[in-house]
Write a protein that binds this ligand. Structure first.
Ligand SMILES: [Zn+2]
Length: 259
């Protein structure tokens, strides 16, 4: 069972529906059972409320006939907390989406994020916050794992995921291990040997989720981090699917959706 917590729609395809068909073909080829799909096109680092809504509409269209294979995560922005709360209501509370994606518009240590996190927690929706430690400097609103740790300490009950484990995973894992609740995600950075082994050693296999960040990365390169890791078989099972299933279980139950 392989569930991917971090996927985007491929560039090929004229409509979200066509993009989803292409993504499903790649999933079938690589043995991926489920993906969490988030954000759309164009690529924007600081989308307006209108643009957020449009991108969420693309994901809603993409997943609409594939609820057995694809979950939707609503794209929100701390730059627009009120509009984000409306999107959470529209897409998660009243719609089919089951998670939240926050990217680089504003650092997640900013207090303006708090109502968004509180609402997502109330809805039992896992929150995937992008994070990176960039050697050449982060974007102005781009969070590092230290910002996500700060957020996790302010919201100890929130189902928070530290996206990309900070990219520079040796630093990311060290930051994340200062909390007991924060979950890390394996996608997006180069498939360097040892990353998942260190995460298992420092955080435990229960706190790691497989993510690919397709199509920015390939399923193959990102799966290899876990499948090729020198860790026990039951740890691989947890990371590849069981942990995400457990994390989504409360919201799926609350919404009456089949796991
Ligand atoms: Zn991504």
């Amino acid at each position: 069972m392989i569930w991917d917590v971090h996927a985007h729609l491929p560039a090929e395809g004229r409509t979200p529906e066509e993009q989803m068909t292409i993504l499903l073909r790649f999933m079938d080829r690589m043995g991926i059972d489920r993906v969490c799909v988030m954000m759309g096109t164009p690529f924007l680092t600081d989308p307006t409320p209108e643009q957020l809504r449009k991108q969420n509409d693309q994901v809603l269209a993409a997943i609409s006939h594939h609820h057995d294979r694809a979950f939707g995560f609503v794209y929100v922005s701390t730059h627009y907390p009120d509009a984000s709360l409306r999107e959470l209501e529209r897409c998660v509370k009243d719609g089919p989406m089951v998670g939240v994606k926050l990217w680089v518009a504003k650092r997640c240590s900013a207090a303006e994020i708090d109502p968004i996190i509180a609402k997502a927690t109330e809805l039992k929706a896992p929150i995937l916050q992008h994070s990176w430690f960039k050697a050449n400097g982060n974007l102005p609103g781009e969070s590092t794992p230290l910002d996500v740790v700060d957020l996790a300490k302010r919201h100890p009950k929130a189902p928070l995921i530290c996206g990309h484990t900070g990219g520079d995973w040796e630093l990311g894992i060290r930051a994340i291990r200062s909390t007991s609740t924060l979950i890390c995600e394996t996608g997006g950075f180069d498939p360097t040997a040892g990353c998942v082994e260190m995460a298992v050693r420092e955080l435990g296999a229960d706190r790691i989720l497989f993510g690919s960040d397709v199509p920015g990365r390939s399923f193959a390169s990102q799966l290899a981090k876990v499948q090729g890791a020198d860790i026990p078989a039951d740890a691989k099972k947890k990371i590849l699917g069981e942990n995400l299933k457990r994390m989504l279980d409360p919201i799926l139950k609350a919404k009456g959706m089949k796991p």
